[in-house]
Design a protein. Structure first.
Length: 160
């Protein structure tokens, strides 16, 4: 199964990039894995609700090529999403593959989140934690958990 992490913004610190690169390399043993970084909309210092909504909609339009993939499990990362154990995530990904889906696309928005259109287009809304995490760390945690999920399905000793 191919894995795409479609996210808004770039990782600024090298240590975050290194951590992501490590998990992308590990995921390569299970299929093609990629991170797609989309540009973040520019907002004023104190953006209005309408300005934020317009920015989220613009970012959502950039995600559209991935959202239109009918052979992919679409997963929005958002605070109101479900929290899953590593085993539950593994089962979701395994079931997607068995049902004929060849890819899974995860969506990470800006610090303001994802547009409602992106969330509606996704079959699963996932929350990494009830705690607030920096978006950079969220990306690393997601990639590690996806790697762990595939490792669980493969019966590897990585997951203890």
């Amino acid at each position: 199964m191919n894995v795409n992490v479609v996210c808004v913004g770039k990782l600024k610190e090298q240590f975050w990039r290194d951590a992501c690169a490590e998990y992308l390399k590990r995921l390569g043993g299970f299929g093609k894995a990629a991170v797609v970084e989309l540009p973040e909309s520019k907002l004023s210092q104190e953006p209005s609700e309408a300005e934020v909504r317009a920015a989220l909609n613009a970012e959502g339009r950039l995600m559209q090529p991935y959202l239109s993939d009918k052979k992919a499990l679409q997963v929005a990362l958002c605070v109101e999403g479900r929290q899953l154990s590593s085993e539950e995530l593994s089962e979701k990904l395994e079931n997607a593959g068995v049902s004929g889906l060849g890819s899974v696309n995860f969506y990470i928005g800006s610090s303001f989140g994802l547009s409602e259109d992106v969330k509606r287009a996704c079959g699963l809304r996932l929350s990494i934690s009830k705690m607030t995490l920096p978006h950079q760390l969220c990306r690393v945690v997601l990639l590690e958990q996806v790697y762990r999920a595939f490792s669980i399905s493969a019966g590897s000793k990585y997951h203890k």
